[in-house]
Design a protein around this ligand. Structure first.
Ligand code: UDX
Length: 458
């Protein structure tokens, strides 16, 4: 078993740290945020992830994991230091590497024995060569240090499960020593390990995420075409899914992808390509389709209604997907301001994301409209003129077609997640609009003459 330090206790760092401890390693998690460290020491997770808190408490109780802000003691005699700090998107789409650089410098100034530094954060290809050089340049003690790439593929909401039961572990190393050490660290996980060089590992992360983003945008693009030609995207996806070369996952058309990874990593790879004088047309199309897709329902509703002014608008779901309180790049963030500008009185429901959302949109009058957060879906629907569904929470899926009919003033639904069957809603007397399944937009799109199947254009 090894002495492992993890820098950064966000989704990537904390989950990795806790899972390493669960596998028997001795783990120290470092974060600069004292409040967060105090919280974790008291057994509380700063992020919402199924099963995480239980594993934190269990491993803390037996002394396999500790939390600290004191990076010096955490780094100095570690066998391996995993870096899981953020690489947020900058205005031009590039990744901000300052957090990685800070950690690299602290490591260089404190390590007192040979050490492998492993970067889990998603970084532009070639970054880890620079991180290694940077650490060498600032080293204080005469020790061997090497940098490896070990990208993370966990999804929010199932992060612990994804880490303990990953389909593969990618390790990118430049020496046998680094490769063997990482293989030993991951041995107890019993997961296939793909060992490549450092730059390929960095690229695998971007190429995987961007492929999935492209898959979703492709389905959204086809969904929009389905509306024009009278096909049903869910039937189309089902038909496609039987082909094992395509696979059945990530074929759900909807209101576009959000979250911390796909939006950021598509823009980052496009930027990297541009820096090398290459236009990455496939990924650029995925980005373009996604941008339009996020307000697709709002556009549909605007055509249907004369105005939103003074209407009670129920919004069901605010987070970018179910199972997380994360709002990054969520469709709600695009649509709510548009609705408020148009004078809508929004009643928003989200089982865990409402408090975060209220930080950006405090309850009360906002612009020409207003926003109120409700604890029960019924309170959002009661007397509403229109309802938007942005996240497919179980609580939202549990609402029956009859409930819309019974509770709403006018049962008019815009569903960004294709939760319901078109026929069941019609049978219940609900006017139901979704993505890629009914020809409602057909005339609108034809009129605008702007429809272009972007993902198939190249
Ligand atoms: C993703 C990757 O899945 C993960 O491997 C990577 O490490 C980080 O990014 P995450 O962002 O947590 O994980 O969520 P994911 O479940 O992949 O969903 C991303 C977005 O795509 C969500 O907004 C989701 O609603 C949307 N999506 C997903 C679709 O619109 N259709 C689909 O078929 C699947």
């Amino acid at each position: 078993m090894h002495k492992i330090t993890v820098a950064g206790t966000g989704y990537v760092g904390l989950v990795a740290g806790v899972c390493f401890a669960e596998m028997g390693h001795q783990v120290t998690c470092v974060d600069i945020d004292e409040n967060k460290v105090a919280l974790m020491k008291s057994g509380v997770t700063p992020i919402y992830e199924a099963g995480l808190q239980e594993l934190m408490q269990k491993n803390y109780a037996v002394g396999r994991i500790t939390y600290t802000t004191d990076y010096k003691s955490a780094y100095k005699d570690a066998d391996a230091i995993f870096i899981g700090v953020g690489t947020p998107e900058q205005p031009d789409g590039s990744a901000n590497l300052s957090y990685i650089a800070n950690v690299a410098r602290q490591i260089a100034e404190t390590i007192e024995k040979d050490c492998l530094v492993i970067v889990k954060s998603t970084v532009p290809i070639g970054t880890n060569d620079k991180v290694e050089q940077f650490i060498q340049d600032f080293l204080v003690h005469d020790v061997k240090v090497e940098v490896a790439s070990n990208p993370e593929f966990l999804s929010q909401g199932s992060a612990v499960h994804d880490t303990l039961h990953a389909e593969r572990i990618i390790i990118g190393t430049e020496s046998k020593w680094a490769e063997e050490l990482l293989k030993k660290i991951y041995k107890p996980f019993h997961i296939p390990i793909v060992s490549v060089n450092r730059r390929s590992a960095e690229m695998i992360k971007y190429a995987s995420n961007d492929f999935l983003a492209l898959k979703i945008s492709y389905m959204n693009d086809i969904a929009n075409l389905c509306e024009l030609v009278g096909a049903d995207i869910q039937d189309v996806a089902r038909g496609m899914s039987f082909d094992e070369r395509i696979g059945g996952k990530f074929l759900n058309a909807g209101i576009g992808f959000g979250g911390s990874c796909f939006p950021k990593d598509t823009k980052a790879l496009e930027y990297i390509a541009k820096q090398h004088g290459y236009e990455l047309r496939t990924v650029k199309s995925a980005i373009d389709v996604n941008k339009d897709q996020k307000t697709m329902l709002y556009k549909k509703a605007s055509k249907r209604l004369i105005t939103f002014n003074g209407l009670k608008v129920a919004v069901l779901g605010l987070t970018f997907k179910p199972g997380t309180d994360d709002l990054r790049e969520a469709a709600s963030l695009e649509n709510v301001p548009l609705l408020l500008e148009q004078g809508a009185d929004i009643f928003a429901y989200d089982p865990v994301g409402a408090a975060n959302f209220a930080k950006n949109f405090p309850e009360g009058i906002s612009g020409r409209g207003s926003i109120k957060y409700v604890e029960h879906i019924e309170d959002a629907l009661e007397g509403a003129n229109v309802c938007f569904i942005f996240t497919e929470w179980g609580e939202v899926k549990a609402v029956t077609p009859d409930m819309y009919k019974k509770l709403m003033r006018t049962p008019l639904i815009y569903d960004g997640r294709n939760i319901y069957g078109v026929d069941e809603m019609r049978a219940a007397g609900v006017e139901y609009h979704s993505i890629g399944r009914e020809p409602a937009l057909r005339e609108g799109l034809k009129e605008s003459k702007s429809f272009e199947l972007q993902t198939v254009r190249f």
